[in-house]
Design a protein around this ligand. Structure first.
Ligand SMILES: [Zn+2]
Length: 285
């Protein structure tokens, strides 16, 4: 393979930390990389899992010139606000691994599932540390997934390494030709997802809401409200209902802020175009 600076070579981002990347080329060679100037100014910085076109800057460093369109994209709201942060790109299957000990948290799992639904990838839930929890099957509580398409799969594994201390995201190649992206240390996961993704994960509640007498039912005691009825009979668990409402509110907020951001971005672009036109000699004769 020719790595000379004249050539753009296809590679996959196998490690990402801030603006420093490691690329793996199709022949297996690896190289450190930074985004080229043109990418640095765009919002589309590469993420782990991305396929990119890169150019050799020197023997040890490559410049990432172009990011290929993503098939799937796992995103969260950047901690502290400030838009989208892509955690991993081009992922086929998301495995949400959760311990059945102190780590187990149904509400957090629901949040992960909404993020997974928004990503476009398939999702599975893997519960580990089963040895410390004899009642895992009861806790697995398939009902928590409602009628959603995600499968649950128990994984027997005793992992004594403890919590990951790094937040680097890495792509690890598997012997069968696949690849695994590890995204440890995700403590904060503000949604980067729309209402559809919430309804996807809470398909049981979405189905109930469709049975309400009024199509704009707020589920606050209106006559013929199927959600209120299900809460009364115990068919719908109050904690699950509360979780749905919380995530739905967050998804609505996300949709509004994306709209506002897009409007502001369009305004900014036109302002720049008008300014450029004013300074163009053609318009200043
Ligand atoms: Zn209702």
């Amino acid at each position: 393979m020719n790595y000379s600076s004249d050539y753009l070579v296809r590679a996959r981002v196998c490690e990402a930390a801030q603006e420093h990347y490691c690329l793996r080329f199709e022949d297996g060679a690896e190289c450190d990389a930074v985004p080229a100037g043109v990418l640095r100014w765009s919002a589309e910085l590469p993420a782990v899992g991305d396929w990119v076109l890169a150019r050799r800057a020197d023997a040890t460093l490559a410049l990432i010139e172009n990011v290929e369109p993503r098939t799937t994209c796992i995103s969260r709201q950047r901690p502290g606000g400030g838009g989208e942060q892509v955690l991993a790109a081009n992922v086929d299957l998301i495995a949400i691994v959760m311990g059945l000990d102190g780590d187990y948290n149904l509400r957090r799992l629901e949040r992960y599932l909404v993020l997974a639904a928004a990503s476009g990838a398939e999702a599975m839930v893997a519960l580990n540390k089963m040895d410390v929890c004899a009642e895992w099957s009861a806790r697995l509580a398939n009902a928590l997934l409602g009628e959603s398409r995600q499968a649950t799969q128990p994984v027997r594994e005793s992992d004594s390494r403890g919590r990951h201390t790094t937040t680097r995201r890495m792509l690890i190649e598997l012997p069968d030709g696949g690849a695994l992206i590890d995204t440890p240390g995700l403590r904060e996961l503000a949604l980067w997802a729309g209402q559809d993704s919430v309804d996807d994960v809470f398909a049981d509640i979405a189905a109930l809401a469709r049975q309400c007498r009024f199509h704009d039912c707020a589920h606050e005691g209106e006559p013929g409200c199927a959600v209120s009825a299900a809460l009364k009979t115990g068919e719908l668990e109050p904690a699950r209902w509360a979780s749905y409402q919380k995530l739905l509110a967050e998804a609505r907020y996300h949709e509004r802020s994306v709209d506002q951001r897009a409007t502001a971005e369009t305004k900014r672009k036109w302002k720049a175009i008008h300014k450029a036109m004013r300074h163009h000699p053609k318009y200043n004769r």
